[in-house]
Design a protein around this ligand. Structure first.
Ligand code: NAD
Ligand code: MG
Length: 416
């Protein structure tokens, strides 16, 4: 029985993780949950999974959570109320919860960094969905993994595909999961991308893309932030940096290919030129399950892949002019040090402004570019955690300032 701490349990990754736990009650149980602010769903999850600990990002909501749990009718009330924790320290305590074997890192954004690091420092294995943690703080996370011996198992579908393809290579035998050491025999990575919401839009139409347009993904159902990242292709850019830290390849050997059907989840090319791919329907439960069951494979009744029903698998090169975020991410990855932290925070802030309808879609890459340009002179090559957090806070503020400046210069282009 593997005991899980699920960070971000009310989100897309969190709820799918809990569905898996319910499908395999003899294999997995939940000992800790953390959530942002969806108390209705959280209470339901507590009733079903009876965790030992629950943490809320906002400590001021703890009293309401306690009241709701105490007000449950006796048949639903857990025999023992979970320990209720709040704020950043509470999230970190739930992430490092002593009875947890594996921590599902499913918080969105850099807010996941400190809890994920707490789990690593406590020696827990990590199912990493929260890519922002590794992108912002790769130079801090990799040594922490090395020091604690905790293993970083990729839950992102592309990186899970790469991880699955690398089983059976010398890399798997080294059991060096994600220490940034180049993977022996691995020559090239090809990350597949669906192309996001605007893959069939002419570039000229992107200027009028709305929030509703950008948050309807053709193939995957995910949280709002990552769905916008898919529409800008920043998600794929972030995944390039994620792959660099996970598998140790330099950026010249990590490529992006548009594959609209999302059936091939990514590919590795090995030293002898053999290319291995992992295939499946676009369903995040598979990569999440593999993190939970690794190195075992558990039998599931899930829909099996039928390539004759798919018909065609097609591929094309990404349009770099239409999607400037990809190039920004490659440039930030190559610059290294704190630059990916600046890129990631600028992206989070710009996407938040877009989702609040305060900037147009095309302002997202413009704002990120400005912030990365400004950060170049202050880049720290071997940052500490404090350096990363300082750059993260600075970049968010810099986006707000740049957005205000853009708005003053072109008020029509930037609705208030
Ligand atoms: P989501 O928005 O659906 O869920 C986010 C979760 O984090 C929620 O439980 C929310 O309450 C919590 N949260 C939000 N802000 C928080 C804060 N400041 N402090 C603490 N908790 C907070 O997001 P998601 O789509 O599940 O994505 C989660 C992570 O997984 C992201 O990093 C995303 O890039 C990655 N990911 C998601 C998918 C997917 O299919 N959804 C696929 C690959 C990778
Ligand atoms: Mg992905």
């Amino acid at each position: 029985m593997k005991a899980l701490s699920v960070l971000g349990s009310t989100g897309s990754i969190g709820t799918q993780t809990l569905e898996i736990v319910e499908e395999f009650p003899e294999r997995f149980k939940v000992v800790a949950l953390t959530a942002g602010n969806n108390l209705d769903l959280l209470v339901e999850q507590i009733v079903r999974h009876q965790p030992e600990a629950v943490a809320l990002a906002q400590p001021e909501k703890l009293a309401e959570l306690r009241e709701r749990l105490e007000a449950l009718e006796p048949a639903l009330r857990p025999a023992q109320l979970p320990e209720l924790l709040g704020g950043s320290d509470g999230l970190c305590a739930a992430a490092a919860w002593s009875s947890a074997d594996l921590v599902v890192s499913g918080i969105v954004g850099c807010a996941g960094l400190l809890p994920t690091l707490a789990a690593i420092e406590a020696g827990k294995d990590i199912a990493l969905a929260n890519k922002e943690t590794l992108i912002a703080a790769g130079p801090v996370v990799l040594p922490a993994l090395e020091a604690s011996g905790s293993r970083l198992l990729p839950a992102d579908s592309e990186h899970s595909a790469l991880f699955q393809c690398l089983q059976g290579t010398p890399w798997a035998d080294t059991a060096r999961l994600s220490t940034g050491v180049p993977t022996p025999g691995l020559r090239r990575i090809q990350l597949t991308a669906s192309g996001g919401a605007f893959r069939d839009w002419p570039a000229a139409d992107l200027a009028k893309a709305t929030v509703a347009d950008a948050t309807s993904h053709p193939n995957w159902s995910m949280g709002r932030k990552i769905t916008v990242d898919s529409a800008t292709l920043m998600n794929k850019g972030l995944e390039v940096i994620e792959a660099h830290y996970l598998f140790g390849l330099d950026y010249d050997h990590i490529e992006i290919v548009i594959h609209p059907q999302s059936i091939i989840h990514s590919m590795v090319e090995l030293a002898d030129s053999s290319v291995l791919a992992q295939l499946g329907w676009p369903d995040m439960k598979l990569p999440i399950l593999y993190c939970l069951s690794w190195p075992e494979r558990l039998p599931t009744p899930w829909r099996r892949l039928d390539l004759t029903a798919v018909g065609q698998l097609t591929f094309r090169a990404p349009d770099r002019d239409k999607y400037p975020c990809m190039e920004l991410a490659y440039a930030a990855g190559r610059a290294g040090g704190t630059m990916p932290a600046a890129l990631n925070a600028a992206n989070e802030q710009a996407v938040a402004l877009f989702l609040e309808e305060r900037i147009p879609f095309l302002a997202i890459p413009r704002l990120i570019e400005r912030v990365c340009d400004r950060h170049r002179a202050d880049l720290t090559t071997s940052p500490s955690l404090a350096d990363v957090l300082a750059v993260d806070a600075w970049a968010r503020q810099a986006v707000l300032e740049a957005a205000a400046a853009l708005q003053a210069a072109t008020p029509a282009a930037l609705p208030a």
